[in-house]
Design a protein around this ligand. Structure first.
Ligand SMILES: [Fe+2]
Ligand SMILES: [Fe+2]
Length: 393
């Protein structure tokens, strides 16, 4: 048993549900007219003179796979499809799953009728796809950074392919929002802080942990749910294509970090645990979708408090977003190092039950563009996560 102290809570994270902290972030430094956002990147750019391709066979295989899995957002998607912006993705059932928001007479949403729910569903889709677009730009910058900072040639090669993948992802979400949903939302403040922290960090493996494991792990789960829910053919195909890339990206993170973490000291691993938890909280907080409540004229603070304090069983969707992150953290040894600090924290925020779901080290095979049963496999994964979230496993 280790005698090293547990890591300290950074940034006031002693109480994960501290509403003041969440509201401070939501309202600070928000400039809706900002076009350029500058972040200090503190990492070293690293050359390697070892050009032996294939020294890391699994990364080399991913690189070869990526080169033959490229698609063209302009020609492979049918942008002539007409989309009803209110019917692109029906989130009403998911949003109404929390009965403490819909059935409680003290809830600001108690008196909402079809008109309000329809508008909220529409705004929520716009907001959600906007945040994915901003997150994709984060991924674009992070993978360009990994090309510079990782010391292995196989990883530099692979990250270069991921950089073009992410450019394509930004392109498709931006075009879909602009042409089909009448525009989008600015970046969410919790997401922006998270992306800033990832870019800002000087250690190259932290880019991987923040982006490949946490941000992309959540995105892969969320894209899967949206893909299964939507019947709008353009969005469905767009998500299917993006998922085929994202599954490789998460695998890249898992395969690379496994090697690095094996050689780290406990203190170094503890720092990674803190970083992973901070990222998890920022992502949970972004899904409070405070900007959408504000748009709908509902008190944001009241909704934040209500959503954070809702019983776990009514937060099924929010928890399912962590269905890929938790098993990947487990595979990397992050859950139980340092006397299980991250396990405790994931238990506190109600997501630890996903730890035994399949990790994402090889999931890209199921999501490959040549996979005939993509639909079936995607729905199977969705149902497996729901079963765990509902405690029926
Ligand atoms: Fe992406
Ligand atoms: Fe990605």
């Amino acid at each position: 048993m280790s005698i090293v102290d547990k890591p300290s809570n950074r940034s006031g994270y002693d109480d994960a549900n501290d509403v003041d902290r969440i509201m401070d972030i939501a309202t600070a430094n928000t400039n809706p007219d900002e076009i350029i956002h500058i972040v200090q990147d503190n990492a070293d750019a690293i050359f390697t003179w070892n050009y032996d391709k294939g020294e890391r066979a699994k990364l080399d295989k991913l690189y070869e796979k990526a080169k033959t899995s490229q698609w063209n957002a302009t020609t492979d998607l049918d942008w002539s499809i007409e989309v009803d912006p209110y019917e692109a993705l029906n989130l009403q059932a998911e949003l109404q799953m929390d009965t403490t928001l819909t059935d409680d007479p003290t809830s600001p949403l108690y008196k909402w009728g079809d008109k309000e729910w329809r508008e909220f569903g529409h705004q929520s889709v716009k907001w959600r796809l906007s945040q994915f677009m901003h997150g994709e730009q984060g991924a674009l910058l992070c993978t360009a950074k990994i090309v510079e900072t990782v010391p292995w040639i196989d990883a530099k090669y692979y990250a270069a392919t991921q950089t073009i993948d992410e450019a394509r992802h930004v392109e498709v979400f931006a075009r879909y929002l602009d042409e089909k949903l009448n525009g989008g939302y600015p970046i969410n403040p919790h997401l922006r802080l998270l992306l800033d922290d990832i870019i800002n960090d000087s250690e190259w493996d932290m880019t991987y942990l923040g982006m490949q494991i946490m941000v992309e792990g959540l995105a892969l789960a969320a894209f899967g749910f949206m893909h299964d829910l939507t019947e709008e053919p353009l969005l469905k195909k767009l998500l299917r294509y993006v998922m085929s890339d994202e599954a490789r990206h998460v695998a890249f993170g898992v395969l690379s970090l496994q090697e690095v973490y094996q050689d780290m000291t406990l203190a170094e691993i503890q720092h990674r645990q803190e970083f992973a938890f901070e990222a998890a909280l920022r992502m949970r907080d972004r899904f409070l979708q405070q900007e959408v409540w504000e748009y709908m004229g509902v008190d944001t603070r009241v909704m934040t408090e209500r959503m954070l304090n809702a019983p776990e069983e009514s937060k099924v969707f929010q928890r399912m977003l962590f269905s890929k992150i938790v098993p990947n953290c487990r595979k990397l040894g992050l859950l139980d190092a340092g006397e299980g600090w991250l396990r405790e924290k994931f238990t506190e925020i109600g997501v630890i039950e996903f730890e035994h779901m399949p990790d994402t080290g090889a999931e890209f095979i199921d999501y490959d563009l040549t996979e005939q049963d993509f639909e079936g496999k995607s729905i199977q994964k969705h149902q497996a996560a729901a079963t765990v979230a509902l405690g029926d496993s």
